[in-house]
Design a protein around this ligand. Structure first.
Ligand code: GDP
Ligand code: MG
Ligand code: ZN
Length: 302
């Protein structure tokens, strides 16, 4: 069932969730209805997943968002100058989507996972396109499984693993991230076809163009949702958090307890237990390289 946005919507007001934010407006889910809202006040900066208050005053053109509740968490991407830009708020789970094609960027996977850990958000690795064969990814997946990362193999094309994934996503808000072409939009279509069709319609302007390239929220039943966030390639923990890089890597953080120096960066310090762990093959060299790249990135901003 596709709910049309109410034009003109009922006067009054209430609370809602931001489905998509664009320029000076937002698409808001308010109970069963979807409202196209303006914004009241210049300071209000909304992001997908924000909980808001809206009102439609007598005589006004339409409903407006006039307040936003504090965010439980916010996923940010980092721009070229190291500044954090919010992508989505109030997330329960980060689903990192990869596929045999395009070939996985494991450094990006590590960055996403580090970002989720930094925010205490559950992470899930979804391997899509199982019809193409997962042999090439097997060794890397074994590393992640050994580290306790939840990994799920699925295929959007054949519907393989979709019911299991649906079960996993119940009663929670999941943000999908991953390289372009891995099948995030296909996944949204497979998991929430009605919401996908509805949002495609509502985010089109009068000329049929899509009015938002930012994150979009798709309702999955009454108490769950998916968020597709195109172009969140540079997602990472914010640079201002001390030792964010280390904390994002479960095995590096654990090994760091035995480093000689408290503030060891695990680059070239003497008595570094992390490098000792890499030398002894307890820590995967590629994971360590991921850590170094992220840590260097932060040093570049400092
Ligand atoms: N072989 C195969 N192709 C898939 C599967 N799922 C999605 N694709 C294809 O992968 C391409 C990219 O999908 P899309 O959902 O746009 O990826 P996104 O950029 O991550 O949103 C499309 O051509 C899809 O048809 C799958 O399970 N198997
Ligand atoms: Mg897409
Ligand atoms: Zn160290």
């Amino acid at each position: 069932m596709v709910t049309e946005p109410q034009t003109p919507p009922t006067q009054g007001g209430g609370t809602g969730i931001v489905l998509a934010s664009y320029g000076r407006g937002a698409l808001v889910q308010a109970g069963a209805q979807i409202l196209r809202c303006g914004l009241v006040g210049r300071k209000l900066r909304l992001v997908c997943g924000d909980r808001i208050g809206w009102q439609h005053a007598p005589g006004a053109d339409g409903p407006s968002v006039d307040s936003a509740l504090p965010r439980r968490n916010v996923i940010e991407r980092i721009d070229a100058r190291g500044r954090a830009e919010p992508v989505a708020a109030n997330i329960d789970r980060l689903a990192i989507v990869i596929a045999p094609e395009p070939a996985p960027d494991w450094f990006l996977v590590d960055r996403y996972w580090a970002g989720a850990r930094h925010q205490d958000i559950e992470a899930l690795l979804i391997i899509n396109k199982q019809d193409l064969g997962l042999e090439s990814a097997a060794a890397s997946l074994a590393v992640y499984r050994a580290l306790g990362l939840d990994c799920l193999e699925i295929g959007c094309r054949d519907g393989v693993g979709i019911p299991a994934l649906l079960g996993r996503l119940a009663r929670s808000v999941t943000l999908f991230v991953g390289q372009s072409g891995v099948g995030k939009s296909s996944l949204v279509n497979a998991l929430a076809p009605e919401a996908a069709a509805q949002t495609a319609e509502l985010t089109r302007d009068a000329e049929g163009r899509h009015t938002t390239t930012t994150a979009r929220w798709y309702r999955l039943g009454m108490d769950a949702a998916l968020i597709d966030a195109p172009g969140v390639r540079d997602f990472a923990p914010p640079a201002h958090v001390v030792r964010a890089a280390e904390r994002g890597f479960i095995e590096i953080h654990a090994a760091s307890m035995d480093c000689r120096f408290n503030d060891c960066r695990h680059f070239d310090e003497p008595g570094c237990a992390v490098r000792a762990g890499v030398a002894a093959s307890r820590i995967a060299p590629r994971r360590y390289e991921s850590y170094r790249r992220l840590a260097r990135l932060y040093e570049g901003f400092a």
